[in-house]
Design a protein around this ligand. Sequence first.
Ligand SMILES: *[C@@H]1O[C@H](CO)[C@@H](O)[C@H](O)[C@H]1NC(C)=O
Ligand SMILES: *[C@@H]1O[C@H](CO)[C@@H](O)[C@H](O)[C@H]1NC(C)=O
Ligand SMILES: *[C@@H]1O[C@H](CO)[C@@H](O)[C@H](O)[C@H]1NC(C)=O
Ligand SMILES: *[C@@H]1O[C@H](CO)[C@@H](O)[C@H](O)[C@H]1NC(C)=O
Length: 452
Amino acid sequence: MFFTKLSHRDYFNLSALYAVLNLLVPVFSTAVVSNVATSAIATPATEEPEFTDVIENITVAAGRNVKFACSVKNLGTYKVAWMHFEQSAILTVHNHVITRNPRISVTHDKHRTWFLHINNVEEADKGRYMCQINTVTAKTQFGYLRVVVPPNIDDSQSSTDVIVREGANETLTCKATGSPQPTVKWKRDDNSKITINRTLTVLEWEGESLELTKISRLDMGAYLCIASNGVPPTVSKRIKVSVDFPPMLWIPHQLVGAPLAYSVTLECFAEAHPSSLNYWTREDGHMIHESKKYHTENIIGNPAYKTHMRLTINNIQEADFGAYKCVAKNPRGETDGSIRLYTSSPPTTSPKPTTAESSSGRMNKDNIWSSADFNNSVYGNNPSSLTVHFPDKGSKYQSNLNEIDKSEQKSGSEVEGKGAIYQWGSVGGSSGGVSRFIVGWNLILFLYPLFR
Ligand SMILES: *[C@@H]1O[C@H](CO)[C@@H](O)[C@H](O)[C@H]1NC(C)=O
Ligand SMILES: *[C@@H]1O[C@H](CO)[C@@H](O)[C@H](O)[C@H]1NC(C)=O
Ligand SMILES: *[C@@H]1O[C@H](CO)[C@@H](O)[C@H](O)[C@H]1NC(C)=O
Ligand SMILES: *[C@@H]1O[C@H](CO)[C@@H](O)[C@H](O)[C@H]1NC(C)=O
């Protein structure tokens, strides 16, 4: 017959071609039927082949090898073919691999179980695999291959570390691929809350992008985007958000009194990012250097954009009275604040340090600021005020604690634009030096969100 003259190769190419043309119809064409007819004449009246088991569905991670098993009986001279339904591709016929895909192979166990092997599975391999017997009316059964792919974060389409100016908006994105499609969640590295906007703070945010509006220094830190789809391993990316702003200074005591021959420590609290250069000058602008006379210290706070500046002046002489300036400079701006040192009479009794200790004892021990030495407040029990300096001292606003409500109302507009000096005047009795400072500092922390 005509077909017997064809080589095997030609035969299978022909059936492949035929099947591709007739996509979804049984692969074994009239050509095969003719072939079958000849075999049927040669070996008459045997039982028709049948499937003896269903094909198991397979779920596999990309990169693994799998095999589908198709079990038949009474195959005789009929043949078993494997096809990929969605791709309309003939993969194998009998012992032969038709597809050019090198990852596909076929084996059998005594012509009863036919295995389709797929090595190094790819996502595109997913779909319905058909096992077909070339009976007159082709017999077909299916097995499904599901390919899962662990999540992956596409760095080229995701945010990297960013530097943002305070007050600006920033959108962080993380593009994740995988199968099934991964979900993306955002968290802060230190598990603190994410400030989405003025009214919304969340521990976790879901979505490919995280929009931060009107960023503040409190939003500074590392953010994690975490992609998961139920297929291990879950992956994450760490994105550092730096928030830049010009230096600000808080001065707990602008007027400090000390007796001759004593030592005194002046203090300023600075906030700046990037870190500021912090130093002290005399009123004539001369920078103060470390010496026997002066001891300067910059204590880095937590968060690290806070610095506690201290200047200790030893063995006070007449020439030491006057004004001192603490200065903080960073690429975003420069701010200074002044403290006036004046002469006071030596203490006659010593209850004041006790006050200082008990007062400072009330402060949170975890707080770096609690380590502050309040020595100057022992002497500085005369008019003392907490002053907040913003850069570009355009305007000045002064109030005492009783007027704090007013200052809250005003702060929003006044601070945002030009910057201003806020002063909380002295309150209460003479022993109030330290506690005033504490109240003041807490007030700043309390009022801080209002400045945003
Ligand atoms: C394979 O999955 C398909 C579709 O979900 C389902 O109809 C069929 O019953 C499954 N086969 C087996 C053997 O579980
Ligand atoms: C930031 O986002 C808010 C809300 O979407 C918008 O009103 C504001 O104009 C944005 N600000 C800037 C500087 O783009
Ligand atoms: C804050 O963000 C949430 C979520 O995007 C939004 O529904 C809400 O309207 C926002 N609120 C303000 C005041 O912008
Ligand atoms: C304050 O300064 C004086 C004078 O140098 C010193 O004797 C005293 O111990 C200091 N007090 C504290 C609480 O550090």
